[in-house]
Design a protein around this ligand. Structure first.
Ligand SMILES: Cc1cc2nc3c(=O)[nH]c(=O)nc-3n(C[C@H](O)[C@H](O)[C@H](O)COP(=O)(O)OP(=O)(O)OC[C@H]3O[C@@H](n4cnc5c(N)ncnc54)[C@H](O)[C@@H]3O)c2cc1C
Length: 452
């Protein structure tokens, strides 16, 4: 018996059901394929790639300590996995289940091949805390609204978490794997953000000791360290989402935090049922979009003249990160003030974010666009009101917009024409109320056209 453990978005040894099952089958070989199609996609992010390479280095060290190696291969994902299974004469292949349309295609293709070769193929949970389909609304299908999902999610029985295997019997000679570098430029990450399970678990421990108790109060204030910054670790599976929920659940004040982790599961179960939701309206509103190069570029570059929008977009370019509240404001602005397609903005976010994740990114964009799971298709976030509410001391705005860094909080949050002329900070690209009225009018007209 020889099993092949194929790592994907589960780059950890703790609470990894696929790894434990592969180890229980007998001698194993561990592989990760750097998928050409993902690495070369237009939405690939050099920073996400850099983080992934750190994750693989850390995983390789952990596996070596257990007695196995990690082979990292580059190329066509299916071909490379099949080649490895063939070389090993593997009797079983173990892998974590995943839910985007591309992940599903890859998995189905591999499964069919394994069946044709008489190799046992097993998909395991672990990418989400609760696998999609474990809970369903009374009528079946996916939950379309978060609150009832959250109620069932809290009560649903969860699988027991698993410790790392004590040791692994490897069929390969253990050697330090060389992690292929991407041919694209690898950008520097924030120094406090290092990929891998070791750093992820350390960050989680710190967060539970000193951060989570203030989460409810601080989570919407972008200038504070009010959120966990665990999303890149969750995206690559350096931390088990179920372990995270388990270890947070007895910590005072953690319910609001766990609720956000459930949002991640919520979007995965939507994508599982509707894999096309990364490209198509989940609820079709019949929208017709504008496109203007200069307007789009001013959004990307953070020169729209709306300070909170510009601060967020400049943070995204500089760090590959953006606070959740500001993600909502910047995305709402592109869609509802500038009338540009949510897919365009979502693809741009993907090309920048370290935590860029198909389910969380595209379905949050759809939520903001009103084409997703938000029941109110007309919700608009006024960037100036949002700045007054969540950045009223302008710490965040002044950190990211040098032109405004020496202004008073009032002038930085809502600069007058005189301040703009004096500092060179641009005039607003649109009138907020006017542009929103146009958006609403067009959406109503398109909905009427669709019905008739
Ligand atoms: C337009 C838009 C795009 C987004 N794109 C992504 C993305 O590509 N990848 C991503 O992980 N998150 C995305 N989010 C959700 C959210 O902004 C990030 O998860 C969060 O900012 C990450 O910071 P944190 O780890 O400090 O979060 P915390 O506030 O500490 O939350 C803990 C964890 O809960 C999950 N979570 C929190 N909020 C959400 C949410 N709204 N939806 C789904 N999961 C959530 C994340 O895994 C996060 O790490 C997006 C939100 C918006 C509005």
């Amino acid at each position: 018996m020889t099993s092949l453990m194929v790592f994907t978005r589960d780059l950890r040894i703790d609470d990894n059901p696929a790894l434990c099952a592969a180890a229980a089958d007998g001698p194993i070989s561990c592989v990760f394929v750097m998928d050409d199609q993902i690495v070369n996609a237009s939405t690939a992010s050099p920073r996400r790639q850099a983080f992934l390479q750190q994750c693989l280095g850390d995983l390789s060290n952990s596996l070596e300590e257990l007695g196995a190696g990690l082979e990292v291969i580059s190329g066509n994902w299916s071909e490379q996995v099949q080649k490895r299974a063939h070389e090993l004469q593997a009797t079983s292949v173990h892998i974590s289940d995943d839910y985007s349309s591309y992940a599903k295609r890859r998995l189905d293709h591999l499964e069919n091949w394994c069946v044709s070769q008489n190799i046992e193929f097993q998909r395991h949970p672990g990418v989400t805390a609760l696998p999609p389909g474990d809970i369903q609304p009374a009528g079946g299908g996916e939950y379309k609204v978060f609150t009832p999902y959250w109620r069932s999610w809290l009560q649903a029985p969860k699988r027991p978490t698993l410790s790392p295997p004590n040791c692994l019997v490897s069929i390969d000679s253990v050697s330090t794997s060389s992690i292929p570098q991407s041919s694209r430029q690898i950008e520097k990450l924030r120094t406090d953000l290092v990929g891998g399970e070791t750093h992820g678990l350390e960050r989680l421990k710190q967060w539970l000791q000193t951060g989570v108790n203030r989460y409810e109060e601080d989570r919407d204030i972008p200038s504070t360290d009010g959120t966990s910054l665990l999303s890149p670790y969750l995206h690559f599976g350096c931390i088990s989402p179920l372990r995270l929920v388990e270890s947070s659940s007895n910590v005072p004040g953690s319910e609001a935090f766990i609720r956000q982790v459930a949002w991640r599961d919520f979007y995965s179960q939507i994508l599982n049922s509707r894999p096309d939701a990364s490209r198509h309206d989940y609820r079709n509103r019949g929208d017709e979009w504008d496109y203007d190069d200069d307007v789009y570029k001013s959004w990307v570059d953070g020169t729209t003249g709306f300070p909170l929008v510009d601060a967020g977009m400049r943070q995204l370019q500089a760090e590959g990160l953006m606070h959740n509240r500001v993600r909502m404001v910047t995305s709402s602005f592109l869609i509802k003030n500038l009338h540009h397609d949510w897919r365009l903005g979502a693809d741009y976010f993907m090309s920048q974010l370290i935590d860029g994740d198909v389910a969380s990114n595209y379905l949050n964009w759809q939520w903001v666009a009103g084409t997703g799971t938000d029941n109110n298709p007309h919700r608009v976030l006024n960037p100036t009101t949002q700045a007054k509410r969540f950045d009223n001391d302008a710490k965040y705005i002044r950190r990211w917009i040098p032109e405004l860094s020496h202004q008073s909080a009032i002038d930085a949050v809502n600069p007058s024409i005189a301040v703009r002329q004096e500092t060179g900070y641009p005039l607003p690209i649109v009138d907020h109320h006017e542009s929103v009225e146009i958006f609403k009018g067009r959406r109503l007209a398109n909905a009427t056209k669709k019905r008739s």
